[in-house]
Write a protein of this length. Structure first.
Length: 138
């Protein structure tokens, strides 16, 4: 499947707008600045992902989850990520494409959060590591 030139331009604009919003966010900004060093390459890869996800172009053939495992952030970052993404999608894409992208992003956020934070800490908050069950004594 292929997307029109205008659809591809809209996807790239959405990705650029998302990172603009993310960089201005107090939670996402430090994460993005720490993790992304080659912005041109990163924008291209992420645009390929969303082109494939929205329009089925086949342009993305990588594992999208793996690089996110290396990021340092708390589970609350997903709410910030979704807010920035949803705003960027609605501002940049045709309504039907924005809604599809948002459905995919919500599913990704839920899946990534479960995959990255599979445990709960002593207070029940999502955690990357299991709670130590050291009960002392012999």
């Amino acid at each position: 499947m292929s997307a029109t030139h205008d659809e591809e331009a809209a996807v790239e604009w959405m990705v650029r707008r998302f990172y603009e919003l993310g960089l201005a966010d107090d939670v996402l900004g430090p994460i993005f600045r720490d993790a992304i060093h080659d912005w041109d390459d990163h924008i291209r890869v992420v645009a390929d992902f969303w082109s494939h996800s929205i329009h089925g172009t086949g342009r993305y053939q990588r594992n999208a989850f793996a690089p996110h495992m290396r990021l340092r952030f708390e589970p609350e970052a997903f709410d910030h990520w979704l807010a920035a993404f949803e705003q960027a999608a609605r501002e940049s894409l045709a309504p039907e494409h924005a809604e599809k992208a948002i459905r995919i992003a919500r599913h990704m956020a839920q899946s990534y959060k479960a995959g990255m934070f599979p445990f709960a800490d002593a207070d029940g908050r999502p955690s990357r590591v299991p709670v130590s069950r050291n009960r002392g004594g012999g």
